[in-house]
Design a protein around this ligand. Structure first.
Ligand SMILES: Cc1cc2nc3c(=O)[nH]c(=O)nc-3n(C[C@H](O)[C@H](O)[C@H](O)COP(=O)(O)OP(=O)(O)OC[C@H]3O[C@@H](n4cnc5c(N)ncnc54)[C@H](O)[C@@H]3O)c2cc1C
Length: 309
């Protein structure tokens, strides 16, 4: 990332929300479920799968958490009505994790049981390290209750991830493996780019050794090449793993994977609570300064920064 891009990332919270909204538009399906369903219909037509996420995290009241859980029912209905090839992703802080563990458990189980009725699947996103233990505990609790249509996310930058994989191995968990996005102290997370990549490759090896179905969630060509090598060496069928990418990120690279016969799932967030998610995505965009500048120039010259799809 260039020096001015890095500087702008630090200033992002000071960028006016309407500007953030415009330049982050590419990362979000829209505010309504219909927006997400229409977008997933287009992705499915391109041979891509999806996971639909209702934006909302760190909510502050039990009613809000229950409302998000209920809103996932509408998502499953939307998936069925539109015959979409999609599952869902949930954030536990959106289901009340920071308010009350039992409330969160109740909400999560409610979503997972509804998914079960429609033969669907729920991926529990992983948030910052203050939530890791509780997230894994809730996952174990659901599996112990016989619910197998649920998966977790492990973050390669966390030093605890390899031990976590070892501990979870008896469950043969369905895992999305990603680098990890939250800012964490050095004692618990690698900061060096190569160390994170090494952690990712080692975690992928350990998960595949344990027979896990892995969602390989990265846009990093180095890691994608390593993953392609690992699945080829094991002669895995394309149904035994999948790649995952975020909406609006490196679409041509995703197209290449699909054309080569790999499964690719796109993370499709929608909803009113777009701001924290948008900030995280913009912080990772290596050309953020260019986008902010283009937006400013676009407005000055009367040409907006339109969605690139
Ligand atoms: C499907 C999916 C689900 C995820 N779920 C979680 C989760 O539950 N918890 C969690 O902590 N993290 C999650 N992440 C985020 C992940 O941890 C990384 O922060 C993110 O994917 C960027 O890492 P990367 O592996 O793509 O590598 P990077 O080195 O960050 O990116 C590789 C290249 O991709 C491009 N790129 C990456 N991000 C952007 C962007 N926003 N805009 C434009 N270009 C970009 C750039 O060209 C960059 O050089 C998820 C990621 C994916 C793909």
């Amino acid at each position: 990332m260039a020096v001015y891009d890095r500087a702008l990332v630090r200033l992002l919270p000071a960028v006016p929300k309407p500007v953030v909204r415009r330049i982050a538009d590419r990362y979000i399906a829209g505010t309504r479920l219909d927006d997400a369903c229409a977008l997933v219909t287009r992705l499915n037509a391109q041979g891509k799968l999806a996971t639909i996420d209702i934006l909302g995290e760190a909510i502050t009241s039990p009613d809000e958490a229950r409302a998000i859980a209920r809103a996932y029912h509408d998502v499953f209905d939307g998936i069925e009505r539109n015959a979409l090839d999609a599952n869902v992703s949930v954030k536990l802080t959106g289901l009340g994790l920071e308010l009350d563990y039992d409330l969160c458990h109740e909400n999560l189980e409610f979503v997972v049981r509804h998914a079960e009725v429609s033969s669907n699947f729920v991926r529990i996103d992983m948030e910052d390290s203050s939530t890791t233990d509780a997230t894994l505990a809730l996952y174990r609790q659901l599996r112990a209750a016989g619910l197998d249509n649920v998966g977790i996310v492990l973050q390669a930058y966390l030093r605890r991830t390899l031990p976590d994989i070892r501990d979870l191995a008896p469950l043969r968990p369905n895992v999305r493996l990603c680098k990890g996005i939250y800012v964490e102290p050095e004692e618990i997370a690698f900061e060096d780019r190569q160390a994170i990549r090494a952690g990712f490759m080692a975690a992928l090896t350990a998960l595949l050794d344990g027979g896990s179905y892995v969602g390989i969630a990265t846009h990093d060509e180095f890691l994608i090449d390593d993953a392609l090598r690992q699945v080829a060496e094991r002669e895995l069928a394309p149904t035994e793993y999948e790649f995952q990418m975020l909406l609006g990120v490196r679409e041509p690279l995703g197209d290449e994977l699909v054309h080569a016969g790999h499964r690719l799932r796109i993370y499709v967030p929608f909803g009113e609570q777009w701001y924290p998610y948008s900030l995280r995505r913009l912080q990772e965009n290596p050309r953020i300064a260019g986008y902010v500048a283009a937006d400013t120039v676009g407005r000055l010259t009367g040409r907006g920064n339109h969605r690139g799809r």
